[in-house]
Design a protein around this ligand. Structure first.
Ligand SMILES: [Zn+2]
Length: 209
């Protein structure tokens, strides 16, 4: 009832084109979602068993990521998780696996008040009924010297430090919103494989090609 009353006062808008929309995206932007077809697991780097990413980082998919990250549209995490589950085959979610969000730096988390990868992983955990674990910790960008690095160096993962603070599951599926070079996923996998984890795969909502 409250939602209906609010919709009358402030009609819901599409997060991608700002036109009228129900459920966050208008019909046109839903149709324009840049699905990667045919979808196959990617092999990037050496440590990940497989990496699934159903969408390209462009168009309405990019708009949703930005709205979640920079405009605190945290309700979008549920929509994005539904899109991921709808697009990926069941084998992307091994039944004995645990979902582990790629951690944001503590500074970022403090600035935003939330961590988008964590929100996405929580929603996925609820949908596919797999445990959520948070064993990874990321050192603040300033502390790890990232402030002095150029964009390409940041993208390559140089200066980024990730460590596993607690024991994670034997089989881990890393969760993040966007994959650019894959360097962060590799660092997370490395930290996990240094402990008891034996296999790491990754799911990102979208990726840069
Ligand atoms: Zn739209």
């Amino acid at each position: 009832m409250l939602r209906a009353a609010l919709d009358l006062l402030v009609p819901p808008l599409c997060w991608a084109c700002r036109g009228p929309a129900r459920d966050h995206l208008c019909a046109g932007c839903r149709r324009a979602l840049p699905w990667i077809e045919p979808l196959a697991p990617r092999r990037r780097g050496t440590l990940l068993q497989q990496h699934w990413s159903p969408l390209e980082y462009q168009g309405p998919a990019r708009a949703l990521v930005h709205a979640l990250k920079f405009r605190s549209a945290i309700a979008l995490a549920a929509l994005m998780a539904e899109q991921i589950v709808g697009a990926l085959p069941p084998r992307a979610f091994p039944p004995d696996g645990a979902l582990v969000p790629v951690p944001a730096s503590r500074m970022r988390r403090r600035q935003r008040g939330f961590d988008q990868a964590d929100l996405l992983a929580s929603e996925l955990s609820r949908l596919v009924v797999l445990p959520l674990q948070r064993p990874l910790k990321r050192q603040a960008a300033v502390a790890s010297g990232q402030r002095g690095l150029g964009r390409s160096e940041r993208l390559s993962g140089r200066g980024l430090k990730v460590s596993a603070t607690r024991e994670a599951a034997v089989r881990v599926v890393l969760i993040d919103d966007v994959c650019t070079t894959g360097a962060t996923l590799e660092l997370c996998a490395k930290a996990l494989l240094a402990g008891k984890t034996e296999s790491v795969s990754a799911i990102t909502y979208c990726s840069v090609h």
